[in-house]
Write a protein that binds this ligand. Sequence first.
Ligand code: NAP
Length: 482
Amino acid sequence: MPLTPTVSRAIASVPTDLLIDGSRIAALDGARFDVLDPSNGMALSSVADAGPDDARAALDAVVARQRGWARATPNTRAEILRRTYEILLDRTDELAEVITREMGKPLSDARAEVHYAAGFFRWFAEEAVRIRGTHAVAPDGRGQILTVREPVGPCILITPWNFPLAMGARKIAPAIAAGCTMILKPAPQTPLSSLALAAILQEAGLPDGVLNVLTTTRANDVVEPLLRSGRIRKLSFTGSTAVGRVLLAQAASAVVRTSMELGGNAPFIVFADADLDVAVEAALKAKMRNMGEACTATNRLYVHEDVAAEFTERLVARMRAMPVGDGSDADVLVGPLIDAASLAKVERLVADAVEKGARVATGGSAVRGPGFHYEPTVLTDIPGDAELLTTEIFGPVVPVITFTDETAVVDAANATEWGLVGYVMTTDLDRAQRVSAALEVGMVGLNTGIVADIAAPFGGVKQSGIGREGGAVGIDEYLSYK
Ligand code: NAP
């Protein structure tokens, strides 16, 4: 495939080989794969394509290095994390460019992602020196009980393409803080952000073999033997619920501890007493950040019928005004979707809804030209059997559904196998508390469209996942009690 003519210095400076035990090496069988720029479908770079032999080498490295790394002092680990934070901030523009080119999001979103990712290194630098056990007198008074906390051991970290830097950072930083060695397997669409981050960690002083990176298109061939090896102690996965189920079954074979950050189907509820300025702004953030390609993206927007007309009119006006195009153009707010398959899925979901009776208030089509762009789209009059109500849309499409009754809308919001996040727009404090409590989700956005914060535990209930990332509890996923 021809290389895009606009490959920049930022892209050219990213290493493209595997990182195993501190060395950059080609895949043993010499395989490589192209990384595409979703704004034009052209190849940006090509990276090593790891196979099972490379995975075995990485496994040997994490197992061999675990004991020594566990003995590194908390101060040493904290200082590496802190230096990483500083380097990430210094290189914000360069890294943002890498993210935008391989993933498609606008540069403003990419810069925000670099800051979010960097924040995990600062946060866990501070947590690394605060790992505490407990002491107690035994209830029968005949002894004392001392608990200490130890790194869980070698980990596999698997990340998706939608936040290519931050999803790795949210796992790597606590694993380093806890004293675990790790193998990172990034998504094949976006390996460059992970490779750039690994180079920065090396520069910050991370010892050889603590972080190993296997870029691959052969995910199952690489990961399954590792999970079944009995030598890996922890799997942290972010991705779809369907893949999460497969990995949970594989992890069960060797009783590997798991953290699962899976899919969502976020309801966004606008009550009649909501401040509509706040609600429209929040809806735009909850839907359009990352072109809707976020696990936290609202998938179903419920609006009380008293304010539905005004809210929808305002939302449509704002969505219609959002410039679509190449994410690296300064004024673009909506970049391309990740690939042709994602674009086809969004087209299919909209066509299904429209065929069954939905009305297109704005958008409703793919954008012609190079790349995988879709128009910001608002649909109304949504039929109850529209597939997009029960499928992650993962695109810039929002179905607006009207309601009248609080209990009924909460029941509708909860009528899904997922439970990652719910958004509630209201100025009534009692209602805010009542509805937040009634939603079956791991996180609630109250009068805001963004819930992710480094200091807040991130994660879901039901089939949205197991465990939490970030916050004061994020490090627990990488520690065990003795
Ligand atoms: P995905 O298809 O589940 O893939 C996620 C990762 O798993 C990729 O690296 C993928 O590599 C790998 N993978 C797939 N099958 C595998 C297997 N059998 N063994 C080992 N690894 C395997 O998800 P995605 O399309 O990249 O990302 C979108 C999904 O992630 C959405 O469902 C979204 O909601 C979810 N997500 C959740 C959170 C959260 O924190 N809850 C955050 C972001 C995204 P390959 O592509 O090579 O298969």
